[in-house]
Design a protein around this ligand. Structure first.
Ligand SMILES: C[S@@+](CC[C@H](N)C(=O)[O-])C[C@H]1O[C@@H](n2cnc3c(N)ncnc32)[C@H](O)[C@@H]1O
Length: 273
């Protein structure tokens, strides 16, 4: 694994990935997301279905999912479209789980997950992917412009990039809210407009910019409630401090999203020929 330019993901990522395949954590995901596709983000399956419409993926296409987590979202795309997927993430337990899930879902021949730091140059050839996705993770990279420039290098002409940014400032935040909302490693808070400018500076053509903050608020509230109703069991696994920390994170994430102060946007862009 390459050296990271950012703090390694910590906090709730360790408990969520460390216990990903247990029945307890699967139940929480099922209640939080409606459908447990193996995600660890704000992504729901109906949202992913809409995202897929912009990606033009079919049998034989290659998708790179950056910061793929436990791999569930990318594997669902492979199952629906017939494409091949490569997922990269810096969290070793997430990558191990992703490779296990690929086998369990019968997709091992079309899916590969690797421990790679997305903030470093990536070990793939120029123009080798039809699409790149990055769901709720770009906020963890300190060097956004060079990360997106690297994605442009990897995309084929006409290829699509889809990323969500759940850490877009659209109102005032207190120092306590910032500290709680950024309690899992490195976070970059950017004003609305920053992502559009960066996409354009990297030579991509912006096709879609959509506000998906309501989805984040709903998932954060539902995940908080699902965990609260299993608090005794989760406290035993995570410990009191870690359980409380994640609950506080989810409560703040829900509140600042509901009040439109910290927003989530999805951006789809195209590499020009
Ligand atoms: C909110 S999770 C999203 C995971 C996945 N995209 C999903 O939808 O389930 C953010 C992910 O970013 C990963 N991450 C953070 N910093 C990273 C880095 N420098 N390189 C690669 N992955 C990173 C974390 O390990 C975590 O899996």
């Amino acid at each position: 694994m390459r050296k990271s330019n950012s703090l390694p993901p910590a906090g709730h990522y360790n408990s969520n990935y460390g216990n990903f395949q247990t029945e307890l954590y699967a139940q929480v995901r099922h209640e939080a997301f409606g459908e447990d596709i193996g995600q660890n983000s704000w992504l729901t399956s109906d949202e992913q279905d809409r995202f897929l419409e912009s990606l033009n993926l079919s049998v034989g296409a290659r998708l790179l999912d950056v910061a793929c987590g436990a791999g569930g979202p990318a594997l669902r795309i492979a199952a629906i479209t017939g494409c091949s997927i490569v997922g990269i993430d810096v969290h070793e337990q997430a990558v191990t789980t992703a490779n296990l899930l690929a086998g369990q879902r019968g997709l091992a021949e079309r899916a590969e997950f690797r421990s790679i730091d997305a903030t470093a140059p990536l070990p793939f050839s120029d123009s080798s992917f039809d699409a790149i996705t990055c769901i709720d993770a770009i906020n963890h990279f300190s060097n956004r412009q060079s990360v997106i420039a690297e994605w442009v290098r990897l995309l084929k002409p006409g290829g699509r990039l889809l990323f969500t940014d759940p850490i877009t400032l659209t109102g005032p935040l207190t120092n306590a809210e910032v500290a709680t909302r950024s309690s899992a490693g490195f976070y970059l808070f950017v004003p609305h407009g920053y992502d559009e400018r960066t996409i354009s500076q990297c030579g991509l053509q912006l096709l879609v910019c959509e506000d998906t903050t309501a989805n984040m608020a709903e998932v954060a509230e539902a995940r908080h409630a699902a965990r609260e109703s299993r608090s005794a069991a989760l406290r035993e696994v995570e410990g009191q401090q870690s359980f409380d920390g994640q609950q506080e994170f989810l409560a703040v994430a829900a509140r600042v999203a509901r009040e439109g102060r910290l927003s989530r946007f999805v951006y789809v862009s195209k590499k020009l020929s």
